[in-house]
Design a protein around this ligand. Structure first.
Ligand SMILES: *Cc1c(COP(=O)(O)O)cnc(C)c1O
Length: 463
């Protein structure tokens, strides 16, 4: 492909993309579930001879688009959002064109320095103190794994990477049962073992872990010969938006000398709005925290913001410095591959720059404030309808709801009917021992009208 053809197809691609988004609201949100239907449109064997790119956009429309669940749809109320705003799409295109490999300062001075700067802009936007240093990770899962590895190495006095875990004292890590499954997986992968993830009971309307129970569990483990290593707290848990009381929980971690990590993957982005920050009061005591601008800030996947009070323990855990990766004579420059598990790194900082430049913090705040308000209005409306029961009240823009008197099977059936209708898309969840419907507002394309329509669909399907 020559560059003239690239320029032409690139312009056509942009037009095709704008058309896709202009017509998105008219499509069913979730793809029809017929396994194998997409793959059947492709030949089973790879082309021997190049076919060129003629007709590729038509093929995208014909073979790919019908099999999509439309994450950018204005009435996507499922999971958590995964917003891609137009500026972030353009930035991702630019990053693909420049195709930087940002593993060391030397391999991309601009990639590295803009990453440092963008993470500092974000830090300021979130109201975090200057002490926090940021790095972009590919996902919250990776950030949490990195934090758990730090917990392990720090507790083992940096001997785990060297000697392995057999023969070491058994580590313990503490979390509530509201944390995301990425915490479980981090525990498995780090070799800590699922049995050593100690679940602390939750309490109160915010479903946060009981700090007294946390302290008692740590003491009991020490007495039993275990080695407590860290605490993973959550703000805006995936199921129902559960929030730990960070002031109390992080104080226990600090008193006990344990490393702390806060998973605020979804809710963290909303902390750019000062009025929501009471949700994470105490965050300044965290050693490590992660939030996903790729969920609710319009900076498309992948972009996880991992902040560290002191990057040293992370670098001490993850840095490999073979001779060929050393930046001779340039010591003092940040090499972000030493802060993350993959060595190679894309130029992700461009996305944050484009988005902040286009929207400004104030523009982003307006979007999130609307989502929160519309979501809370809908929860109040459904709560007043005798057919519905709000199971967990809104945390920012997430609530869970059930049909009154419906058992689990009836709820699953209800959620399926809502999704098969196609006008909206929601997910089911389990809380307080029962199946509920999760409803979260977060698409940047969403309007008040879309949320109203969402409510209409829920009522219509409730019969
Ligand atoms: C979405 C989510 C994650 C996982 O995020 P990835 O970036 O996909 O790894 C982790 N924790 C919480 C609370 C989440 O909502």
């Amino acid at each position: 492909m020559d560059w003239d053809a690239f320029a032409k197809l690139g312009a056509q691609m942009a037009e095709w993309g704008a058309d896709y988004h202009r017509t998105l609201a008219d499509r069913p949100v979730r793809a029809p579930l017929t396994p194998g239907a997409v793959a059947a449109k492709f030949p089973a064997t790879p082309p021997e001879k190049g076919e060129g790119m003629d007709g590729i956009l038509a093929e995208l429309d014909e073979k790919v688009v019908p099999g999509l669940t439309h994450w950018q749809h204005p009435r996507f109320f499922a999971y958590f959002p995964s917003n891609a705003t137009p500026p972030s799409m353009l930035a991702d295109f630019a990053a693909s064109i420049l195709a930087q490999q940002c593993m060391l300062w030397q391999t991309s001075p601009a990639g590295t320095e803009i990453e440092t700067l963008m993470m500092d802009w974000l830090r300021q936007g979130l109201g975090l103190s200057e002490g926090f240093k940021g790095v972009i990770q590919d996902s919250a899962s990776s950030a949490t794994l990195a934090a758990v590895l730090v917990m392990r190495e720090r507790a083992l006095e940096w001997q785990g990477n060297k000697q392995g875990l057999s023969g070491q004292q058994r580590l313990r890590i503490y979390a509530s049962d509201e944390v995301h499954t990425s915490v479980d997986r981090a525990i498995w992968i780090a070799g800590v073992g699922a049995e050593n993830l100690v679940r602390i009971p939750t309490q109160g309307p915010t479903r946060g872990m009981d700090p007294v129970a946390l302290k008692a569990a740590i003491a009991a483990d020490r007495a039993a010969g275990y080695l407590p290593a860290g605490v993973v707290a959550c703000i805006g848990g995936t199921g129902t938006g559960a929030c730990d009381d960070l002031t109390a929980v992080l104080q226990v971690a600090q008193d006990e000398g344990l490393y702390s990590h806060v998973d605020a993957a979804w809710a963290g982005a909303a902390m750019i709005c000062p009025e929501f920050r009471s949700l994470w009061t105490g965050i300044e005591m965290a050693d490590s925290l992660v939030l996903n601008p790729h969920k609710w800030m319009g900076v498309q996947f992948d972009f996880s913001a991992h902040f560290l009070k002191d990057p040293e323990p992370l670098v001490k855990t993850l840095a490999i410095q073979p001779e060929y990766l050393r930046t001779h004579g340039k010591d003092g420059f940040v090499n972000y591959s030493e802060w993350s598990i993959p060595l190679g790194r894309r130029f992700r900082a461009l996305k944050m720059w484009f988005v902040l430049r286009a929207y400004g913090l104030e523009g982003l705040r307006e979007v999130m404030r609307d989502h929160v308000r519309w979501c809370q209005e809908l929860a109040a409306e459904l709560g007043a309808d005798p057919r519905f029961e709000i199971v967990t009240e809104p945390v920012l823009a997430l609530f869970t709801v059930a049909l009154k008197g419906a058992d689990d099977a009836a709820m699953i059936d209800y959620v399926n009917r809502v999704n098969e209708d196609g006008r909206i898309y929601v997910t089911q969840g389990r809380t307080k021992g029962r199946i509920v419907m999760r409803f979260t507002v977060g698409s940047f394309a969403c309007t008040a009208e879309d949320v109203r329509l969402g409510g209409d669909v829920l009522k219509e399907m409730a019969g």
